[in-house]
Design a protein around this ligand. Structure first.
Ligand code: ZN
Length: 72
Protein backbone atom coordinates (compact mmCIF):
# COMPACT_ATOMS: atom_id res chain seq x y z
CA UNK A 1 0.00 0.00 0.00
CA UNK A 2 1.10 3.57 -0.55
CA UNK A 3 0.66 6.72 1.49
CA UNK A 4 -1.48 9.38 -0.12
CA UNK A 5 -1.77 13.08 0.61
CA UNK A 6 -4.02 15.93 -0.45
CA UNK A 7 -2.70 19.40 -1.12
CA UNK A 8 -4.65 21.89 1.01
CA UNK A 9 -3.69 24.70 -1.32
CA UNK A 10 -5.89 24.79 -4.39
CA UNK A 11 -4.09 24.74 -7.68
CA UNK A 12 -5.14 26.14 -10.99
CA UNK A 13 -5.94 23.70 -13.77
CA UNK A 14 -7.91 23.94 -16.96
CA UNK A 15 -11.07 22.89 -15.09
CA UNK A 16 -10.72 25.37 -12.28
CA UNK A 17 -9.18 25.09 -8.85
CA UNK A 18 -8.32 21.65 -7.54
CA UNK A 19 -6.99 20.13 -4.37
CA UNK A 20 -4.65 17.58 -5.84
CA UNK A 21 -4.15 14.11 -4.42
CA UNK A 22 -0.59 12.75 -4.48
CA UNK A 23 1.16 9.50 -3.77
CA UNK A 24 4.15 9.44 -1.46
CA UNK A 25 7.32 10.23 -3.39
CA UNK A 26 5.68 12.41 -6.07
CA UNK A 27 7.79 15.36 -7.15
CA UNK A 28 4.77 17.68 -6.84
CA UNK A 29 4.05 16.45 -3.35
CA UNK A 30 7.52 17.57 -2.33
CA UNK A 31 6.55 21.07 -3.55
CA UNK A 32 3.30 21.17 -1.54
CA UNK A 33 3.75 23.29 1.57
CA UNK A 34 0.33 22.60 3.11
CA UNK A 35 -0.82 19.00 2.82
CA UNK A 36 -2.87 16.45 4.79
CA UNK A 37 -2.16 12.75 5.08
CA UNK A 38 -5.13 10.75 3.74
CA UNK A 39 -3.93 7.28 4.71
CA UNK A 40 -2.60 4.16 3.03
CA UNK A 41 -4.41 2.83 -0.03
CA UNK A 42 -3.88 0.20 -2.70
CA UNK A 43 -4.92 2.55 -5.51
CA UNK A 44 -5.61 6.23 -5.96
CA UNK A 45 -9.37 5.48 -6.02
CA UNK A 46 -9.39 4.84 -2.28
CA UNK A 47 -7.42 7.99 -1.67
CA UNK A 48 -9.91 9.97 -3.77
CA UNK A 49 -12.83 8.76 -1.63
CA UNK A 50 -11.01 10.04 1.44
CA UNK A 51 -9.99 13.31 -0.22
CA UNK A 52 -13.59 13.95 -1.29
CA UNK A 53 -14.74 13.85 2.34
CA UNK A 54 -12.56 16.90 2.83
CA UNK A 55 -12.92 18.51 -0.60
CA UNK A 56 -16.13 17.12 -2.19
CA UNK A 57 -16.00 19.34 -5.26
CA UNK A 58 -12.37 20.12 -5.79
CA UNK A 59 -10.39 16.94 -5.03
CA UNK A 60 -8.61 15.58 -8.10
CA UNK A 61 -5.82 13.11 -8.72
CA UNK A 62 -2.39 14.42 -9.70
CA UNK A 63 -1.65 13.96 -13.38
CA UNK A 64 1.86 12.75 -12.58
CA UNK A 65 1.36 10.20 -9.80
CA UNK A 66 -2.40 9.46 -9.89
CA UNK A 67 -3.09 9.48 -13.61
CA UNK A 68 -5.97 6.99 -13.30
CA UNK A 69 -7.76 9.39 -10.95
CA UNK A 70 -6.94 12.56 -12.83
CA UNK A 71 -9.99 14.29 -14.27
CA UNK A 72 -8.57 17.54 -15.51
ZN1 ZN B 1 1.52 13.80 -7.67
Amino acid sequence: MDDYYVNNNRQDSKDGLHNEVHKEGCYWLSKATNKSHLGKFYTCSGAMVEAKKKYPYSADGCETCCKDCHRG
